[in-house]
Write a protein that binds this ligand. Structure first.
Ligand code: TXA
Ligand code: MG
Length: 337
């Protein structure tokens, strides 16, 4: 299959012709990748079961992992769900459009493979001008997981999407690099409180300003609250170790590996990179927001190098740091001293 590409650079006027071509492919039951403020999504008409099946096929995604329905506005969100708890209006007013996904009772408007047979559906309004234009042009909900091969780091540029899915999808709308860099926060909206199923772009602290955040109930591997979280994720092509400690400790671990003849990449903020020697330095900038923004691109970069191992610093688990550490802990391999 030929994968068409439309270039809409961020900050320039959005080319309406490109948007209507992409929307027409979605309407015809095809898959099209598009930018959001978090990561690129792989979209299909959420009301069309065979279109949605093409997403699972292209990504190699397990069939029991439900997809998020993307909509342009609150009215469209309301058309997909039942029993909206009152506090959700306040969350929407505060954080939507934005990187927050509401898991609510589904009213069955979307195809059954979107929710993987669950009675709930995840819905979000992305905060990206290209995504919003595309969703408005579609006028139907667009199911969209991250546009990567299952198990790989999520794509933050159109080239990342191309690397994983060229030839497997109908098109890619290139809207430049995404902003947040990690995926949306997924919350289960219960009657009087929420449970964070996946930390992401909106922090626990932000949500707590509006509604109590309850601790997750005992998840079992057979029946996790968020099915996607049980699979291996975000994996770079070489082992990744997390080293909890200062520059000196990190340098010692690197020295041991170098001794064994291994080439080491160091994934860290500039303050540490400046103090430590490594074969390859992968810069995550300085703030935790920089780290989120640069994380997946750097995890993908090692593919084009000859390093044997990535060593990453451990980040504080406050604010967006919760999402960063959640992803790194899923991406890491066990430390072999
Ligand atoms: O930022 C994002 O959320 C990106 C962009 C494209 O919007 N999308 C994304 O989708 O990350 P995906 O499919 O890679 O991750 C969605 C997560 C999975 O862990 C899935 O299991 C969970 O949300 N999820 C979706 N629907 C759910 C539901 N009804 N109940 C529980 N978890 C759900
Ligand atoms: Mg994903």
């Amino acid at each position: 299959m030929e994968t068409k590409r439309w270039n809409i650079q961020r900050g320039t006027t959005i080319n309406k012709q490109f948007i209507s071509e992409a929307a027409a492919l979605l309407k015809a039951g095809e898959t099209v990748a598009f930018p959001t403020e978090t990561v690129y999504g792989l979209g299909a008409d959420a009301t069309n079961k065979s279109a949605v099946a093409k997403i699972f096929e292209a990504k190699g995604r397990p069939q029991d992992n439900p997809l998020i329905a993307h909509v342009a506005n609150v009215e469209q969100l309301q058309q997909l769900v039942d029993n909206l708890p009152e506090y959700v209006d306040d969350l929407i007013a505060a954080f939507s459009p934005g990187p927050l996904t509401y898991v609510l009772e589904s009213n069955g408007a979307c195809a059954e493979n979107v929710t993987a047979g669950l009675s709930t559906i995840g819905v979000r309004i992305p905060d990206h001008p290209v995504a919003l234009e595309l969703l408005q042009a579609c006028n139907f909900p667009v199911a969209a997981p991250s546009a990567n091969l299952s198990g790989k780091p999520s794509p933050t540029t159109a080239d990342h999407v191309d690397e994983d899915l060229n030839g497997k999808i109908s098109g890619i709308v290139d809207g430049g690099p995404t902003g947040v860099g990690v995926e949306s926060t997924v919350i289960s909206c219960r009657e009087h409180d929420v449970v964070i199923l996946r930390p992401g772009g909106i922090t626990k602290e932000q949500i707590e300003q509006i509604v109590p955040v309850a601790e997750p109930v005992n998840e079992t591997v057979d029946k996790p609250a968020s099915p996607g979280m049980k699979y291996k994720h975000y994996s770079p092509d070489v082992p990744l170790w997390l080293v909890d400690g200062d520059a000196e400790k990190i340098q010692n671990v690197i020295a041991e590996e170098t001794e064994k003849g291994r080439k080491v990449a160091l994934l860290a903020r500039d303050a540490i990179l400046e103090l430590v020697e490594a074969d390859l330095k992968l810069s995550l900038g300085s703030s935790l927001e920089d780290v989120a923004n640069k994380l997946y691109d750097n995890l993908r970069k090692v593919k084009r190098t000859d390093v044997d191992i990535i060593i990453s610093e451990v980040f504080p688990e406050s604010g967006i740091g919760q999402a960063i550490m959640n992803r790194l802990k899923k991406a890491k391999t066990d430390y072999i001293p």
